[in-house]
Design a protein around this ligand. Sequence first.
Ligand code: FAD
Length: 369
Amino acid sequence: FMVNADGSLGQRNDVYCASIEEKLGIKASPTAVLVYGDDKGEVGPGAIGYLVGEENRGLEYMFIMMNAARYDVGLQGLGVSERAYQHAVAYARDRVQSRPVDGSAKESVAIIHHPDVKRMLLTMRALIEGERAMALVGAAAYDTAHHHPDAAVAKQAQAFYEFLVPLIKGFSTENSVEVTSLGVQVHGGMGFIEETGAAQYYRDSRILPIYEGTTAIQANDLVGRKTSRDGGALAKAIAAQIADTEGQLAARPSAAGQKLAKQLKAARESFLQVVDFVVANVKSNPNAVFAGSVPYLMLAGNLVSGWQMGRALMVAEDKLAAGEDVQFMAAKIATARFYGDHILARIASLRDTILEGGDSVSAMPLDAF
Ligand SMILES: Cc1cc2nc3c(=O)[nH]c(=O)nc-3n(C[C@H](O)[C@H](O)[C@H](O)COP(=O)(O)OP(=O)(O)OC[C@H]3O[C@@H](n4cnc5c(N)ncnc54)[C@H](O)[C@@H]3O)c2cc1C
């Protein structure tokens, strides 16, 4: 309804809900098709809109909202992943099936004893912990950018935050589909049955890599504005910070710290190879670069999350040694080790795909599909 000058409700504006969409998931969040009149008198006289702010600055205003929304959708990915994880852990402790492979029991055991179920639960957990740490580091950078008294520090924090946004959005939501799918898998056949609730997380997660810009759109931003525009300078500055963490990890007395230092180093070097490739080829061979844009986003998100797991490992080791919150710290260390072995390990294959895989995408003629 239009609002009269005295604040009372006036005549109806020409805006109608044409339908409520039937969706794969998020069914409690209705998505509507709105018709804003058609000016032909078929629906009504035409809708009346209002200018918000100044003329010709709409796109700029919209991006303030979009950047916040991208961050928030990344957190949605994290939230639904955590729910799927907790659900799967509870089921894995409860469901009894098969004897253990190591012969440690004669009877069937809860499935959480089976190494493959543990691998699935740990994959879920490691992705979630890495992504959560990345999101919090991003939030801290945002606060620094908006409140630090030194303008140079604030500017640097803003650039770092902006580099992280496509990673927080793209990496955490792509992985939410993997994590919630693993949640279904942990439930076995019962995962496919609605009454366990595992399938709902999977369905709900599927929108996350699509709305507020698909993963490819986040990756275009990462390649273009965030990496190529400054010739890879910011990406390399972040890599230098990761190298500092590697140095600290390598100096740890623990085998876990030293191993993660090596894994992080290999991952960072792959990242730098990819950044050089992107910067060198984005103008001369854009098809090859953009064929690898989503793998680049996944590689960068994986590296930044793994970096945080390295930092977390050092804190957890120190706190464990001090006898603080022993069970939590031991689990954090185990999760960081798993991240190095199973998640950072994906980076080498992503690197090869990006550096070598562009030509085979270009080679396929469009009419052959
Ligand atoms: C449940 C739901 C709620 C929504 N809510 C809102 C809302 O509140 N407000 C709003 O404004 N919108 C909303 N949307 C719209 C949503 O943001 C878009 O659907 C989404 O951004 C993708 O755009 P598209 O549908 O036009 O896909 P398309 O742009 O047609 O994309 C199709 C495919 O092509 C790829 N693609 C397209 N362009 C490129 C490119 N340049 N490079 C590489 N790949 C590319 C995409 O990655 C994707 O895989 C909603 C959508 C849904 C499903």
